[in-house]
Design a protein around this ligand. Structure first.
Ligand SMILES: C[C@H](O)CC(=O)C(=O)O
Ligand SMILES: [Mn+2]
Length: 349
């Protein structure tokens, strides 16, 4: 076997089970389950874990689903049990407020993904500045990265860096990016950003590329990688952390996590907790194929059941229309229009 070129490279893993995984659980993870999962991650030496409603701070709503507890309740219950892991949150400016960020900080969160659509970094300066003022580890998180080109991502990343973000993320929300796309975007960001600015990658496994794309990101210069144990996350899930950890071990990439403990955790805690098996199936594969926001998977299945239009057809149409996060109401609307066009609706509907 050839020696890996990445031997000795350092990477920080950031587990997403308790935030992206909330999408897969329709926000129904209890405080006790959060504490159990976070404690196991902490014990496995995972350095960062995200704890929030799936849509982040301010996400608790009819539009995005009601969680079993408030963000502050989740964060404080988890943070007080951590021996080494940093608890992070996600904040989409406009959905989450600076007041909610203050609350999250008071509850024990010390890192934040400030998330915008990949062409809308200019909605984030106040929130990034506020997070830095609080002393939080602050990332700029460019969602639906495939809807911008590499030059555009560089422009947006530079903006976030100028606002104070210490890490810039390429976020493949739709699991649509091919490995060369990831390499290109991260290489260009690495060339353009200040050397002290870190680069992150957040992949979804819809095309089965979560782990390969994460390794490509590391090879191109990313040092922070989001993943989740057993892939618990939206769509076909995030890159499965225990698999990524095993590949990194084989390649000599240094993450510091206990890979066997993560394997045990996947088998014994996360998979038994799943409401459906988070995997590449017909519908989640369609997300990656058509470039659809992974969070739209379950609402599209519900719209399919209601209007009788196959979920794959609805997702293809949402991809064609380039729908993005925040346009959740368009899922039902699109399904209804398609049902009407197909003569599936009663005149009364
Ligand atoms: C709010 C989203 O679920 C953020 C995310 O994880 C993604 O875009 O991917
Ligand atoms: Mn995600």
């Amino acid at each position: 076997m050839a020696k890996s070129k990445l031997e000795g490279r350092k990477v920080t893993f950031h587990d997403m089970c308790l935030r992206d995984g909330m999408h897969a659980k329709r926000e129904q993870i209890s405080v006790e389950q959060m504490v159990e999962i976070a404690t196991a991650l902490d014990r496995a030496n995972v350095p960062m874990l995200q704890v929030t409603h799936g849509a982040g701070l301010g996400g608790n709503s009819i539009q995005h689903g009601r969680a079993l507890a408030s963000n502050a309740e989740y964060i404080s219950a988890v943070a007080e049990k951590m021996t080494q892991a940093t608890v992070s949150v996600l904040l989409i400016p406009g959905l989450g407020t600076m007041h909610e960020l203050d609350e999250a900080y008071a509850a024990g969160a010390r890192s934040v993904h400030v998330a915008t659509h990949s062409t809308e970094a200019d909605t984030s300066p106040q929130h990034i500045a506020h997070a830095r003022k609080l002393g939080m580890d602050t990332t700029g998180f460019l969602m639906m990265a495939h809807l911008n080109d590499a030059a555009g991502l560089v422009e947006q990343g530079k903006l976030m860096e100028s606002y104070g973000a210490q890490t810039i993320y390429v976020t493949d929300s739709a699991g649509y990016m091919l490995t060369d796309d990831v390499t290109d975007a991260i290489t260009r960001l690495r060339d353009a950003l200040n050397p002290e600015t870190e680069i992150g990658f957040h992949g979804h496994h819809n095309l089965g590329l979560g782990v390969a794309n994460s390794i490509a990101a590391i090879a191109a210069g990313a040092s922070r990688i989001d993943a989740s144990v057993a892939g618990l996350g939206a769509g076909a899930g995030n890159a499965p952390l225990e698999v990524l950890a095993a590949v990194c071990d084989r390649m000599g990439i240094v993450s510091g996590v206990d890979t066997f403990a993560l394997m045990d955790m996947a088998e014994e805690i996360i998979v038994p907790l799943m409401d459906h098996v988070v995997r590449v199936d017909r519908e989640s594969l369609t997300l990656g194929f058509a470039g659809v926001y992974s969070t739209f998977l379950l609402p599209a299945k519900r719209a399919s059941a209601r209007f009788g239009v196959p979920a794959r057809d609805i997702l293809i149409e949402l991809g064609r229309q380039k729908m993005i996060g925040g346009q959740e109401d368009m899922i039902q609307d699109t399904a209804m229009t398609m049902a009407r066009e197909r003569g599936l609706l009663d005149a009364a509907e």
